[in-house]
Design a protein around this ligand. Structure first.
Ligand SMILES: C[S@@+](CC[C@H](N)C(=O)[O-])C[C@H]1O[C@@H](n2cnc3c(N)ncnc32)[C@H](O)[C@@H]1O
Length: 195
């Protein structure tokens, strides 16, 4: 099933400060914004949460990466590394077992649509250090006025099964993220740790 959202941003309906705060970053981690879009999370991470850290902003959409490159140059930021790559394939310039935290916001449903969920989890798993974290923010699989079609949304239970199968354990779940919808909030955030 084709499902592409090049350049879309969650900035208007997700609170970047709230999401990044849940990761309990110490300030010097190596962090990956996987499927970064316009990079609003990467920028916030660099500005407020990772003064001594390094941020990889990865997206398959070359225009998004070109804009981030411009932002980096204009603001003389050296610890933001933007990479144009497909998250289901080899990601250049990132060593295996070098990343502390991967954050993926409103991207994972695309891999359900393309039937690449296992590939992506395994591909990114090898980049994480042991004990590293993989955090996902996604639309809940309930009817609402916005977001991807219901049939490609994942429940947090579905993600738990998938990640546990691939050597992760769940360490955190917040089901109160995002916009108000009829049944509560629109999103959940789930965090796994690499075992
Ligand atoms: C809905 S946007 C979310 C962007 C950003 N995470 C945010 O929350 O604002 C989904 C992003 O994932 C990117 N994307 C989709 N499939 C991808 C893939 N296979 N590899 C890398 N990026 C991908 C798209 O180009 C798009 O920028």
């Amino acid at each position: 099933m084709e499902h592409k959202h090049h350049g879309k941003s969650s900035e208007k309906f997700l609170d970047s400060h709230e999401i990044l705060s849940e990761l309990n970053l110490a300030g010097s981690e190596t962090f990956m914004d996987a499927g970064c879009g316009d990079g609003y999370i990467s920028k916030k991470a660099i500005e407020e949460f990772l003064p001594e850290g390094k941020v990889y902003a990865v997206d398959v959409y070359d225009e998004a990466i070109a804009e981030l490159e411009e932002y980096k140059e204009k603001n003389h930021i050296s610890n933001l590394i933007s990479i144009c790559a497909d998250l289901a394939c080899e990601i250049p310039d990132v060593n295996d077992e070098s990343v502390d935290v991967i954050l993926m916001i409103n991207v994972f449903h695309g891999f359900k649509a393309s039937d690449e969920m296992d590939e992506v989890v395994l591909n990114l798993r090898k980049l994480l250090k042991n004990g590293g974290k993989f955090a996902i923010v996604e639309f809940k699989p309930i009817e609402m006025q916005f977001g991807p079609p219901l049939e490609i949304r994942c429940s947090h239970a579905e993600l738990e099964n998938l990640f546990e199968k691939h050597g992760f354990r769940k360490v955190h779940l917040n089901v109160e993220i995002g916009e108000d919808v009829a049944e509560g909030k629109s999103h959940f955030m789930i965090i796994f740790e690499k075992e």
